[in-house]
Design a protein around this ligand. Structure first.
Ligand SMILES: [Zn+2]
Length: 85
């Protein structure tokens, strides 16, 4: 009934146990470092890549104001409405 498993089966068994053990260890370390290092990033729970990127800004050539690059080539302020006169 309970015959001794063959050496190859034992090796596979040990490998699986070690993989699970180190897997748990790795997950615990990841979880711990995430909680300790960056508590602000986890509040959304979504993908971290979108939050890190932020907004790309550029400097208005006329007044020197920083503004989002998606607005255009000028900041759109009262002095710069016409594209910098
Ligand atoms: Zn401007």
């Amino acid at each position: 009934m309970f015959g001794l498993p063959s050496p190859s089966k034992l090796v596979v068994l040990v490998a699986v146990v070690l993989a699970v053990w180190y897997g748990f260890k790795w997950i615990n370390q990841l979880d711990k470092s995430r909680k300790d290092g960056a508590p602000r990033r986890t509040r959304k729970g979504g993908s971290a890549g979108d939050d890190v990127k932020g907004i790309e800004t550029q400097t208005c050539p006329t007044c020197g104001t920083y503004f989002p690059a998606s607005v255009g080539s000028y900041c759109g302020g009262s002095r710069c409405k016409d594209g910098g006169a």
